[in-house]
Design a protein around this ligand. Structure first.
Ligand code: FES
Length: 156
């Protein structure tokens, strides 16, 4: 099949071929493309549309409808900072401020997200880095998460 830019991504072709015969192949294809590339690019959208004989707008509409699909490369690490009451009452505001400052300065390869309770209220203030919940967080320690780029060495 012809490509608008003449370059077919072989991985996208293989993913489409793997799912093309199944019912409702678009979502599994998008998930696999994102799992492989980390996001769904404009080129991938075009290619998927061509492979499935859909319009680019149809594929784009699905990608933008679901929040879990990313249109750009995402940071390697995810940091969730609890902004709910139990954490806010024992220093969570300082943790959020320090994390926001680090994120805005471009420190580390970290995606910062506010969440409202991590189920770790007894050890507030709490954060979660790459799925690992860490309690009794401080502004200093959260800054370390950004500079280290991971939670290794930070006690839970
Ligand atoms: S309120 Fe922060 S972990 Fe529950």
């Amino acid at each position: 099949m012809a490509r608008s830019n003449g370059k077919a991504d072989p991985e996208v072709v293989a993913i489409c071929a793997r799912h093309q015969a199944s019912d409702g192949p678009l979502l599994p294809i998008l998930h696999d493309v994102q799992a492989h590339h980390g996001y769904v690019s404009d080129e991938a959208i075009q290619q998927i549309a061509e492979e499935l004989n859909l319009s680019r707008a149809e594929v784009f509409g699905v990608v933008t409808f679901y929040h879990d699909f990313h249109r750009e490369p995402q940071p390697t690490h995810s940091l969730k900072v609890c902004r709910a009451e139990a954490c806010q009452s024992v220093g969570g505001r300082d943790v959020w401020a320090a994390a926001s400052t680090a994120a805005e300065s471009g420190q580390g390869d970290v995606q910062l997200e506010a969440v409202y309770c991590l189920g770790n209220c007894a050890c507030a203030p709490s954060v979660q880095m790459d799925g690992r919940t860490i309690g009794r967080m401080t502004a200093e320690r959260v800054s370390t998460l950004f500079s280290a780029g991971n939670s290794a060495g930070v006690p839970s």
